[in-house]
Every structure is written in C-alpha cells, then in structure tokens.
Design a protein. Structure first.
Length: 192
C-alpha cells in the first residue's frame, strides 16, 4: 500500500492536534474526551479520528514522543556527568517533569493506559535507559544496591501521588530530598 503525503493544512492540523492533546493530557490526565480535544484544537472529531482512529493511538503517539524526550535528556546528562550525579539529575528531572504531566504519570502507573502493550518499544527504551543510569550509579556506589528500575518507576509514580495529596509548593523539594536519602547507599551496601 502506498502512503499518501499529507497536505500542508493537514500537517498543520495534525501538529496542532498533537500539541493540544499533549497539553490537555498533561494538565488533566487521560479522562478528557476526544471530542473536547478536537474542540480545543479547532478541528472536527473526524479530523482526530482520521489521524488517530482511537484515543489510545492518540495518547500512544504523545507518550512515545514524551518518552523519547526523556531518553534524549538522559543521554545528554550521561555524556557530561559522572554516574551518581547523572542518575540523580535524571531522577530529579523526571519527577519534576512528571509533576506537570499527569498523562505521563497515568501511563507510567498503568492507570487507564497499558503503556507496555500500547508502545512496548518506547516503554522498554525508557525503562532500559533508567536501568542503565541506575546500574552505573550503583557501580559507582552512589545509589544503594538493593533496588531495581521497577522500584524507581514506583518511586516516580508515588512521588506524583504524594505531590497531589500534599498540594504544597514546598513539598516537592522535601520529597526529592526524601527520595535522595532513601536511595543513598546503606553502610552495608557493597560489603560482606
């Protein structure tokens, strides 16, 4: 099957739709109906469904792009920082980015969207990137050795839930400090 190129106006509509959908899902989560996203983008629902036959496909496109941005950021950090600082910089950036992206946090937690089933390559690449950062930080003895990437994913999602529960501007810094303290190597790590 030969794929047709999109006209300039269709490309603009698609780009506007993706931006509005990203902003909407980030601010309000996945519960926003497709018709509302179309209205906010200034297009008809048919336009949305022409580009993305289901809401999950629309969200999958957004989340794949978002996770690719995370991976690129992690690569930039690891190119300039030692393993321990690189790990904590990426962790801090990830939890702070998640604080403004409810849709991403819902995807990572599996709330209303099966990330591994919908975009397995993107999810696997993100987990792999975070895992490599963790392993390098553990090898450098900057992070305790008894945790894995699944623990980190849980901490990131839990951090977001704690922020929503607290609804306190200063809670973010305290919670990041708690994350760092909890991830610090214990006196028994690497011995015995």
């Amino acid at each position: 099957m030969i794929e047709r190129k999109l006209r300039a106006d269709a490309l603009r509509n698609r780009a506007r739709l993706l931006q509005v959908a990203f902003d909407t899902f980030a601010a309000e989560g996945l519960a926003v109906p497709v018709d509302e996203i179309a209205r906010r983008a200034g297009v008809g629902a048919g336009t949305v469904y022409r580009h993305f036959p289901t809401k999950d496909l629309l969200f999958a496109a957004i989340i794949s792009d978002r996770l690719s941005q995370h991976i690129a950021h992690a690569q930039e950090i690891t190119a300039r920082a030692a393993p321990g600082p690189a790990f904590f910089e990426f962790l801090d950036w990830t939890v702070r980015e998640g604080g403004v992206d409810q849709g991403l946090m819902e995807a990572l937690s599996g709330t209303g969207f099966d990330l591994a089933a919908a975009v397995p390559e993107a999810e696997s690449a993100w987990v792999g990137t975070f895992g490599r950062l963790l392993s390098a930080a553990q090898a450098a003895r900057a992070v305790r050795d008894d945790i894995d990437v699944a623990d980190l994913k849980s901490l990131v999602v839990g951090y977001q839930a704690a922020l929503r529960y607290r609804n306190d501007d200063h809670a973010a810094d305290r919670l990041v400090d708690l994350l760092h303290a909890g991830l610090a190597p214990r006196p028994t790590d690497g011995t015995a």
